[in-house]
Design a protein around this ligand. Structure first.
Ligand code: PMP
Ligand code: GLU
Length: 397
């Protein structure tokens, strides 16, 4: 029997990935499972991006790349930050990685020492906690409930800061809630952040373009906190490039250099062909995404309308990303055939087994009253899934 490290043994498997694996296995057994578990656009990567990748191969961009990414890609990212977010990041402040997941891990590994506290507003994206734990940091959870649209307030942030606080990490638009922080709300958080100059904040903006109401607002736009913010983004969500694996950061030069050092030992630069394809994506006018965004918006309405017809379900209106995170606590304590639903996880298992719809339990995101529905699926699929969920939930007494 191999003895694995304590570090590994303390790590949870990613719940999003576990649930999508489970639904793939059930499908392979012939079960008609609808998976709304993985946060992955169901659109194909646009042709002009694939063409750029083909051209890159033909042009023999097939060798190791500079660790922080090709210069021409970093140029394009620098221009994108200016164009879309009003942010000034020079090329040497940008590090390209193998997915935004690696970008997050690089930053946390670069900054966190054993015992440092990392404030994570809940609901949070699953991997934040595990990345912090593996870096020997201590996650400090600040709960933002559905009544506050799942967003934390400046006073909640202030109250969570101790002499051991080193970092905060959050996403806007948020996975799993779809909540979007407005410019005023970010300004409120910045007022607290600037009082603590040693605090580093990761602002994960990977869903930036999937925003249904307002223009996306970046935390680093405020000059008085700019140096403290690490802006994370990537091509997976907006450009339907989840399998290509490319994320990036804009940060102070010191953090960018640190991330390059970490990455130089772990993975080196990300795939050369992906980088050339990403140049085409990131240089493109985000206007070309408008049909996809409209499709997500109308699917959001479909899911919200269907949830409104199920007694006991409470949902806020998510302003971005492609998730709804309804509160299903009404069903906790109810039962079927003697099996009591003790938690959101029980409900998810019940929905998987009896309705054959795969969702992700809110427990994985730090709110056990909720479940996450990813609506990155066709309307036909969503209609069928929502009708199955309604029938199954109404059987619980
Ligand atoms: N941050 C958030 C909030 C996400 O939902 C995801 C999705 N996987 C990521 C980061 C990582 O994205 P990727 O590694 O595919 O670039
Ligand atoms: N971010 C997506 C999700 O939350 C993809 C899965 C993952 O990378 O964990 O479902």
């Amino acid at each position: 029997m191999i003895e694995l490290s304590d570090r590994l043994n303390a790590m949870e498997e990613s719940a999003t990935i576990a649930m999508s694996r489970k639904s793939r296995e059930l499908r392979a057994e012939g079960k008609d499972v609808i998976s709304l578990s993985l946060g992955e656009p169901d659109f194909n990567t646009p042709e002009f991006i694939k063409d750029a990748a083909v051209q890159a191969m033909k042009d023999n961009f097939t060798m190791y790349t500079p660790v922080p990414g090709y210069d021409d890609l970093r140029e394009v990212i620098s221009k994108k930050f200016k164009r879309d977010n009003g942010l000034n990041y020079d090329v040497n402040q940008i590090v390209v990685s193998t997915g935004a997941k690696q970008s997050l891990a690089n930053v946390v590994l670069s900054v966190i020492n054993n015992g440092d506290e990392v404030i994570i507003p809940a609901p949070y994206w699953v991997s934040y906690i595990e990345i912090v734990k593996v870096s020997e940091g201590i996650p400090v959870i600040v709960n933002a409930g559905i009544e506050n649209d799942f967003k934390i307030t400046p006073s909640q942030l202030e109250a969570a800061i101790t002499p051991k606080t080193k970092m905060m990490m959050f996403s806007t638009p948020c996975n799993p809630t779809g909540s979007v922080y407005s410019t005023e709300e970010l300004r409120g958080l910045a007022d607290v952040i600037k009082k603590h100059p040693k605090l580093i904040v990761i602002s994960d903006e990977i869903y930036e373009h999937i925003n249904f109401t307002s223009k996306h607002s970046s935390l680093a736009q405020f000059d008085d906190v700019y140096e403290q913010i690490v802006t994370v983004n990537g091509v997976s969500k907006a450009w339907s490039m989840t399998g290509w694996r490319l994320g990036y950061i804009g940060a102070s030069k010191q953090i960018a250099d640190a991330c390059t050092k970490v990455q130089g030992q772990f993975t080196s630069g990300t795939c050369s062909i992906t980088q050339k394809a990403a140049i085409a994506a990131i240089a493109a006018d985000p206007e070309v995404l408008k049909d996809m965004i409209a499709a997500f918006k109308s699917r959001r309405s479909l899911v919200l309308d269907a949830l409104a017809k199920i007694e006991g379900v409470k949902a806020n209106v998510p302003e971005g990303a492609f998730y709804v995170f309804p509160d299903v606590s009404y069903f906790i304590g109810k039962s079927i055939n003697g099996k009591i639903m003790i938690s959101g996880s029980d409900l998810c298992m019940y929905l998987l087994e009896h309705a054959q719809v795969a969702l992700v339990t809110g427990e994985a995101f730090g709110d056990s009253n909720c479940i996450r529905i990813s609506y990155a699926a066709s309307k036909e699929t969503l209609n069928e899934a929502m009708s199955r969920i309604k029938i199954a939930l109404e059987k619980l007494k």
